[in-house]
Design a protein around this ligand. Structure first.
Ligand code: C2E
Ligand code: MG
Ligand code: MG
Ligand code: MG
Length: 287
């Protein structure tokens, strides 16, 4: 693009690049500050069993409450956190906050498993396994109540060397899910190499603005069959319409997550919903 506009535009291009860089650095500084000041908050999006329509899990999604009152999306600040390495302490905060919340809910009689997103960079960090295990011990997290969502990139980076870490995590009762399935370097190999519990179908296969049905029904169908054959539970992300829900039910998808049911909610918005649904099913969290 810049070439087509001629060499004279390099000046403009460099300025913009520099502005982006400075912006990134500023945000990084702000993020460090925000972590100290506890400006982050976990929202939770319910996951729905397509057979019973009951809430069977929650995905924790981080938000940044800026001092100016804005709520910033992770799509904006997670990449900065990853670039700067700050994702390691930030990710640790997320796991700790989720475990603490699980314990608070358990004590209030609400038994619901929580999924947490883990970036590839966190998984690579040497102390990751110990930190997670220490945290689940500290908050007395029962097996099956905490799930880690990893992307295909996270699994494949370092040529399968995370296999031991994941095996240890799973032995301790933590569930492992593949997030955004089908968008990374999908490899059938890691489906048997890694100990997995669930596959999350990426929302780009499920929904698209202005489309009522599934965007890629053949792909969702194939992923669901594959998962069934491997004895893994499937979660469809980004379910926005009734028609998508109906099609996923016909394809035997077990669980879905999307704006059709709930957007990510703050704890105070979520708790009345959980109480109303009487979430106390002891089967929640079992494999
Ligand atoms: P993700 O893990 O794939 O999370 C699902 C995203 O889809 C969330 O965006 C959620 O709000 C959104 N979503 C849910 N239902 C629908 C729907 O029906 N339609 C559409 N269009 N979108 C829907 P969010 O919260 O903005 O998070 C974006 C991404 O940021 C996440 O994608 C995840 O990769 C990352 N992220 C969020 N929280 C964390 C975190 O605590 N740690 C790390 N490492 N990454 C996080
Ligand atoms: Mg996720
Ligand atoms: Mg996803
Ligand atoms: Mg994603």
């Amino acid at each position: 693009e810049s070439k087509a506009r001629g060499a004279g535009n390099y000046h403009f291009f460099t300025d913009r690049l520099q502005a982006q860089l400075i912006h990134g650095l500023e945000t990084e500084k702000e993020l460090r500050h925000a972590l100290r000041k506890q400006e982050f908050e976990l929202y939770y999006q319910p996951q729905i069993d397509l057979e019973t329509e009951a809430i069977v899990g929650l995905e924790a999604l981080i938000r940044w409450n800026r001092p100016d009152g804005q709520v910033m999306s992770p799509a904006v600040f997670i990449p900065v956190a990853v670039r700067s390495g700050l994702i390691v302490p930030m990710g640790q905060w997320v796991i700790e906050a989720a475990c603490q919340q699980i314990q608070l809910w358990e004590r209030a009689g609400i038994h619901i498993p929580v999924s947490v997103n883990v970036s590839p960079r966190q998984l690579k960090y040497q102390g990751f396994l110990d930190q997670v295990l220490q945290c689940t011990r500290h908050y007395q997290i029962r097996p099956g109540m905490l799930e880690l969502e990893l992307t295909e990139e996270a699994l494949i980076e370092n040529g399968f060397s995370h296999s031991d870490t994941l095996t240890s995590l799973r032995k301790s009762g933590i569930r492992i899910a593949i997030d955004d399935f089908g968008t990374g370097y999908s490899s059938m190999r890691y489906l048997r190499e890694f100990p997995l519990d669930r596959i999350k179908i990426d929302k780009s296969f499920v929904s698209e603005d202005g489309v009522k049905g599934l965007r890629e029904p053949a792909i969702t169908h194939s992923i669901i069959s594959l998962a069934q054959g491997l004895n893994l539970t499937v979660v469809a992300e980004g379910v926005e319409t009734r028609e998508q829900k109906r099609q996923l039910q016909r394809q035997n998808c077990r669980v879905c997550q999307g704006f059709l049911y709930y957007k990510p909610l703050r704890v105070d918005e979520l708790e009345p919903i959980l109480r109303e649904q009487g979430i106390s099913n002891k089967n929640n969290g079992s494999r």
